[in-house]
Design a protein around this ligand. Structure first.
Ligand code: ZN
Length: 309
C-alpha cells in the first residue's frame, strides 16, 4: 500500500509568519513533528509576498484557485496577476495532476480575531468532513464550514481531493509567538495522526461533527461615500463563538450610537474584526452551530483516498 501524500502549505498569506517559521524549523529539526508515515511535501505558499511582509502582491492567493480564473490564467499567463501564476505553479508542482502529486493538503493560516484555533472546511466534501471530525475529536477544535458565499471563492484546498485549513490565533499579522507556533504544530501533528489512523484502520470516529456553518458576512456601517461609519461594539469585540441575540450591540459610532444585531437569536459570530478582512468589507461572519451525525459516506471517502494502492 502506498503512503498518503500530504502537502503542507505555510505562508499562503505573506504576513502570516508563524507557520512558515514552524515549517522551516521542522526541515532542520525533524523530531518537531512526526509525519506518521505520510509522504510530506512542504511549500511556502506565497514567498514573494512573504519577502515583503504583505498578505499578497496583486490579489489574495487564497481566492485565486477558482477553476475559471485558473483556466484563463493558463491560457494568458502574460496578462495575469502574480498570485494567479503562483496558483498555477503550486498546482503544477503538487496538484493532483502535478509533478509530485499530493492527495491531501493542509493549509496553515493565522487569524487576528479572538477565535483561538479552528479548522476551516470548504463545502461539504465527504473526505474533508471525515478528517475534520477526527481532528475535532482529538483536539476539540471548532470547525467552520465555509460554503455558499458568492463573494469569497477560490480557496487553495478546494483544488486537492481533500484539504483542511488550520487557523491559529489570535496573533497580529507579522508577529511570531511561541504559543502560536506550538498550537500550529499540535494541530498539524493531529492531522498526521488522524491520517495514519485511517490508513491503519484504527481511526476512532466521533458520533458527530459539530460545525459552525457559514450564513453570511456582515460589513461595518458605512456612509454614502463608502467611508466606515462605526466600529465593532466593545461588547462584541473578542466574543467570537458566542451566540448573538436579537438586539445585541454590533457596532458603535464615534458619537456613541449603538447599532444592534437584527436577526434570529443564536447566530454565532466568527472572524470579528479580522484584520485581513477589512479590505473585503467583512466586519464579522455569522454562522449556525450544527451537529451533523457522522456519515459512512464521509469515512469511506477518506479511507478510499488514503488507501489507494
Ligand atoms: Zn491566512
Amino acid at each position: 500500500m502506498a503512503s498518503p501524500r500530504v502537502l503542507v502549505v505555510a505562508g499562503t498569506h505573506g504576513n502570516e509568519v508563524n507557520a512558515p517559521w514552524l515549517i522551516e524549523q521542522w526541515a532542520v529539526h525533524e523530531e518537531l513533528i512526526d509525519a506518521c508515515g505520510c509522504v510530506v511535501q512542504t511549500v511556502m505558499g506565497n514567498p514573494e509576498a512573504r519577502a515583503v511582509g504583505r498578505r499578497y502582491l496583486d490579489r489574495d492567493l487564497n481566492r485565486s484557485f477558482r477553476p475559471d480564473l485558473l483556466e484563463q490564467s493558463a491560457t494568458h499567463p502574460e496578462r495575469c496577476d502574480r498570485e494567479m501564476l503562483r496558483a498555477l505553479e503550486l498546482l503544477g508542482e503538487f496538484g493532483p495532476e502535478g509533478q509530485t502529486p499530493c492527495d491531501l493538503v493542509v493549509d496553515l493560516h493565522s487569524t487576528t480575531a479572538a477565535m483561538g484555533n479552528c479548522l476551516v472546511v470548504y463545502g461539504r466534501r465527504p473526505a474533508d468532513l471525515a478528517l475534520a471530525a477526527l481532528v475535532q475529536s482529538s483536539l476539540g477544535l471548532q470547525v467552520y464550514l465555509h460554503e455558499a458565499d458568492a463573494a469569497q471563492q477560490g480557496f487553495l484546498v478546494e483544488r486537492w481531493p481533500c484539504g483542511l485549513v488550520i487557523e491559529v490565533g489570535p496573533v497580529p499579522q507579522g508577529v511570531r509567538r511561541h504559543d502560536i507556533v506550538q498550537q500550529t504544530r499540535l494541530a498539524l501533528q493531529a492531522v498526521f495522526e488522524a491520517i495514519a489512523d485511517v490508513v491503519s484502520g484504527a481511526a476512532s470516529y466521533p458520533h458527530q461533527l459539530v460545525l459552525h456553518r457559514h450564513l453570511k458576512s456582515v460589513d461595518l456601517p458605512r456612509q454614502a461615500s463608502g467611508k466606515v461609519a462605526a466600529l465593532i461594539h466593545p461588547q462584541l469585540q473578542d466574543r467570537d463563538w458566542i451566540p448573538l441575540l436579537c438586539g445585541d450591540p454590533l457596532f458603535v459610532s464615534a458619537q456613541g450610537t449603538t447599532i444592534a444585531y437584527e436577526g434570529p437569536d443564536g447566530a454565532i459570530p466568527v472572524f470579528i474584526n479580522e484584520a485581513a478582512y477589512a479590505e473585503k468589507a467583512i466586519a464579522l461572519s455569522l454562522t449556525s452551530r450544527e451537529e451533523w451525525p457522522l456519515s459512512q459516506d464521509w469515512t469511506e471517502a477518506l479511507a478510499l483516498l488514503l488507501n489507494r494502492t
